[in-house]
Design a protein around this ligand. Structure first.
Ligand code: KIV
Length: 264
């Protein structure tokens, strides 16, 4: 398999091919996922919850993220690596420049940040300085305390329109990928049609350009519970590599997510 870049993913969107993405935090899993043919790996700040056992992602630091990004980089040959900017590491433009550079130097190909219009200048500045950016809209877990819990976003039409507008603004600012988390399936579709960058959904329906899952959910080993939008692929296969191959195949054939994984 050839090295996957953001251009590969944009081409996949244009050709209607589905993109499969998963989180990983260490070299061994990253190598297995890379060999299974996953298109992109996110070193998510979800590591605060699934590795560290925290209640949310807020305690995760940029040093935690850089450490795990370096580990994943050592396991990967072809897969695109997305580094996640943790809580308050991009509160100002200057902080974003310094901290995004740390993730790129640790081995990321692109950095992800949660938020809408307030990030426009930061994104422009990063792209001008050679750092590609992945946006993240909908349920942005770093704002869990503002949302009052991990809740589906965009169910009211006014809020849906705001999220669509923010997606367009992020695209204009220069993002090359967009994660959509926990929005109604219909909104996932509307945003995907409204932007030319690939959308990667988690609980955002089947019409996004790709899907992402937290690896612990996809393998049924999350310490807490199985979210509605996830599926235990290990249960169906009994082998981790086969589980990820099944995930990729189910995404590419449009069988995952199924109706039971979708928010209305
Ligand atoms: O941190 C993470 O794993 C994420 C995904 C849920 C998209 O942001």
């Amino acid at each position: 398999m050839a090295k996957i870049t953001t251009s590969t993913l944009i081409k996949m969107k244009q050709q209607g091919e589905k993109i499969s993405t998963i989180t990983a935090y260490d070299a061994s899993f990253a190598k297995l996922f890379d060999q299974a043919g996953i298109h992109a790996i996110l070193i998510g700040d979800s590591l605060g919850m699934v590795l560290q056992g925290q209640d949310d992602t807020l305690p995760v630091t940029i040093d935690d993220m850089a450490y795990h990004t370096q580990s994943v980089r050592r396991g990967v040959e072809n897969t695109l690596i997305i580094g996640d900017m943790p809580f308050m590491s991009y509160a100002t433009k200057e902080q974003a420049f310094i901290n995004a550079a740390k993730l790129m130097q640790a081995g990321a190909n692109i950095v992800k940040m949660e938020g809408g219009s307030w990030l426009i200048d930061t994104i422009k500045g990063l792209v001008e300085r050679g750092i590609p950016v992945c946006g993240h809209l909908g349920l942005t877990p770093q704002s869990v305390n503002v949302f009052g819990g991990f809740k589906v976003q965009g169910r009211q039409e006014q809020q849906a329109l705001e999220i669509i507008e923010q997606a367009k603004q992020l695209e204009q600012a220069g993002i090359q990928l967009l994660v959509l988390e926990c929005v109604p399936a219909e909104l996932g579709k509307r945003i995907t049609e409204a932007v030319s960058v690939p959308t990667i959904g988690i609980g955002a329906g089947k019409d996004t350009d790709g899907q992402i899952l937290v690896m612990h959910d996809a393998l049924g080993i999350s310490c807490s519970y199985m979210p509605k939008f996830s599926r235990n692929f290990l249960k169906d296969t009994g082998d981790i590599k086969k589980a990820i191959e099944l995930y990729i195949s189910e995404v590419s054939h449009g069988h995952f997510p199924a109706d039971e994984h979708i928010f209305k």
